[in-house]
Design a protein around this ligand. Structure first.
Ligand code: UGA
Length: 435
C-alpha cells in the first residue's frame, strides 16, 4: 500500500520504518528540513534501539522516502497517518495546532477519492470530528475520504519490539471499508485487532495511559507506607501481581513516572473531563502523588544529613527510563533542580542523555564523562534511572569511591543483602533503609 506519515517524530518515524519493513511503500513528511536531511541519509534524530539499522535498510530497499512537500506526500496516498505532536498547553489540555495545520494541508492536497486519514497522535475524544471539518474546509474538489483513529501503544526504548509484538491494534474507523483496509495494512504484524468506534479508540489510548499511571502511583504510595510501617514493596508487589486480576506488570515502585506520555496524557484527560464538568479526582491524585514521588529521594537525603547545603551529590541516570535519551518530565531533572535549590554541587552522568540534559540544565551542574565521575568523592549518590550499567556496579565499589557513602536508589537497583555487607548507608523505595 502507499502510505504517508505526517510527522517524523518518535511515533511517526517508528511507525513508518516498521510499515516499510513489511513491504508497504512509505513516504514520511516532516516540516523540519534538517530532520528530513538527516533521515534521507539514514540517520535517526532519536535514540531508539534497532531503529537506525532498520531505517537504513528501508532506504536501501527503496521502500521509504522523506520529504517536506505536502503535495508529493499526499496526492497519491491510499492512507495518510497523522503522527504530529500534541503537546500540553499551560492548563494541561492538548494543543491541537499541529494537527489542525497538518489536516488543512492534507485537505488542500487531496486529489483522489477514498484516501483514509488515520490519526495516530494522541488526541482528545472528539478530535477526529474536528479533523474532518479542517480537511473539508480546504478540499479543492468534491473528493470523499474516510477517517480513522488508530492510537499507538509503543514504549520508548522498545518501540520496534512493541510494533511487531504488541498486545493489540485498535482501529476506530468511520466505514467498514476503511476498517478492513487498515486491518489489512497491519496484517503482517500479526497482532490482535480490535475494531471500535472512533470515539472509543480515542478514549482507549487515554484510559490505558491513565490506568498505567494510576498503577504506578498506587504502588508508590504502598511503598511509602511500607517504609514507615515495615514490609518490603518488592514482596508486596510480587504477592499482589500473582492475582491474575491485578497482574504482575507496572507494579515497580520507584521515583514516579516521567516521559512524554503519562504526564501529558493524564493532565489532558483531567482537562477533558473538566470540559464536561466532570472532576476526575482519582487521576488528579495520581498526578499529585507522582509529583511528590519524583523528589522523595531528596527528602530522604535531607533527613539523613540534616542540611544538604554545601554538600556534593552525584546523579546517575537522567533519561526518564533506560534505553532512551528522552529526559522529558524525568524525575532526575526534578531531583537535580531540588538539590541545586538546596545549595548542593551536582555532577550528573547518563550513558546517552547528556546532550539533552545540557540543554535543560546548562552550566548549573557538572557533567561526568564516565559514571565514576559522578561517584568519586561525592557525599551522596542518587540513582534516578535503572540503566543496566548502573545495576552491574557493586555497592562495595561505590563505597570505596565515595567520601561518606550514602546512596539514594530511586529504582531499587541493589539488594538489601548486598547493602548490609557494605559501609554504604543505603536508602531505596519501599524497603527498609540499611544504615
Ligand atoms: C507509555 C506506555 O507504556 C505506552 O504503551 C504508550 O504507547 C506510550 O506511553 C505513549 O503514550 O506513547 P513510555 O512513556 O515510553 O510508554 O514508557 P513506559 O515504559 O510506560 O514508562 C513510563 C514511566 O513509568 C517511566 O518513567 C518508568 O520508569 C515508569 N514506571 C513504569 C514505573 O515507575 N514503574 C513501573 O512499574 C513501570
Amino acid at each position: 500500500m502507499n502510505i504517508t506519515i505526517i510527522g517524523a517524530g518518535y511515533v511517526g518515524l517508528v511507525t513508518g520504518v516498521c510499515l516499510a519493513s513489511v513491504n508497504h511503500d512509505v513516504i514520511v513528511l516532516d516540516i523540519h528540513e534538517k530532520k528530513v536531511d538527516l533521515l534521507k541519509q539514514g540517520i535517526s534524530p532519536i535514540y531508539e534501539p534497532g531503529l537506525e539499522p532498520l531505517l537504513k535498510q528501508q532506504l536501501q530497499d527503496h521502500k521509504m522516502t522523506f520529504t517536506t512537500d505536502y503535495h508529493e506526500a499526499c496526492n497519491q496516498a491510499e492512507i495518510i497517518i497523522l503522527a504530529v505532536g500534541t503537546p500540553s498547553k499551560q492548563d494541561g489540555s492538548s494543543d491541537l495546532s499541529f494537527i489542525k495545520s497538518a489536516a488543512e494541508e492534507i485537505g488542500a492536497q487531496l486529489m483522489k477519492n477514498g484516501t483514509i486519514i488515520v490519526t495516530k497522535s494522541t488526541v482528545p475524544v472528539g478530535t477526529n470530528k474536528k479533523i474532518k471539518g479542517w480537511i473539508q474546509n480546504r478540499l479543492s474538489g468534491p473528493y470523499h475520504f474516510s477517517l480513522a483513529s488508530n492510537p499507538e501503544f509503543l514504549r520508548e526504548g522498545s518501540a520496534i519490539h512493541d510494533t511487531f509484538d504488541g498486545d493489540r491494534i485498535v482501529i476506530g474507523a468511520d466505514s467498514q471499508a476503511a476498517a478492513a483496509k487498515l486491518e489489512e495494512m497491519h496484517r503482517p504484524f500479526n497482532v490482535p485487532v480490535l475494531h471500535t468506534s472512533i470515539e472509543s479508540a480515542e478514549m482507549i489510548k487515554y484510559a490505558s495511559n491513565a490506568f498505567l499511571a494510576t498503577k504506578i502511583s498506587f504502588i508508590n504510595e504502598i511503598a511509602n507506607i511500607c517504609e514507615k510501617l515495615g514490609g518490603n514493596i518488592e514482596d508486596v508487589a510480587h504477592g499482589m501481581g500473582m492475582d491474575s486480576r491485578i497482574g504482575p506488570h507496572f507494579l515497580q515502585a520507584g521515583i514516579g513516572y516521567g516521559g512524554s506520555c503519562f504526564p501529558k496524557d493524564t493532565n489532558a484527560l483531567v482537562q477533558l473531563a473538566g470540559d464536561i464538568d466532570h472532576k476526575f479526582e482519582l487521576l488528579e491524585s495520581v498526578i499529585k502523588v507522582n509529583a511528590k514521588q519524583q523528589v522523595s529521594l531528596v527528602n530522604k537525603a535531607r533527613e539523613h544529613f540534616g542540611s544538604l547545603s554545601g554538600k556534593k551529590a552525584g546523579v546517575l541516570g537522567l533519561s526518564f527510563k533506560p534505553n532512551t535519551d528522552d529526559i522529558r518530565e524525568a524525575a532526575s531533572i526534578e531531583i537535580v533542580k531540588q538539590l541545586l535549590a538546596e545549595g548542593v554541587a551536582v555532577t550528573v552522568y547518563d550513558p546517552v542523555a547528556i546532550d539533552n540534559a545540557r540543554s535543560v540544565l546548562g552550566e548549573s551542574v557538572s557533567y561526568g564523562e564516565h559514571l565514576f565521575d559522578s561517584i568519586e568523592d561525592q557525599d551522596m549518590l542518587f540513582i534516578a534511572t535503572e540503566w543496566e550499567e548502573f545495576k552491574v556496579l557493586r555497592l562495595k565499589t561505590i563505597a570505596k569511591l565515595m567520601k561518606n557513602p550514602a546512596v539514594f536508589d530511586g529504582r531499587n537497583c541493589f539488594s538489601l543483602e548486598e547493602a548490609k555487607e557494605t559501609t554504604v548507608d543505603y536508602y531505596s523505595v519501599g524497603r527498609p533503609a540499611v544504615i
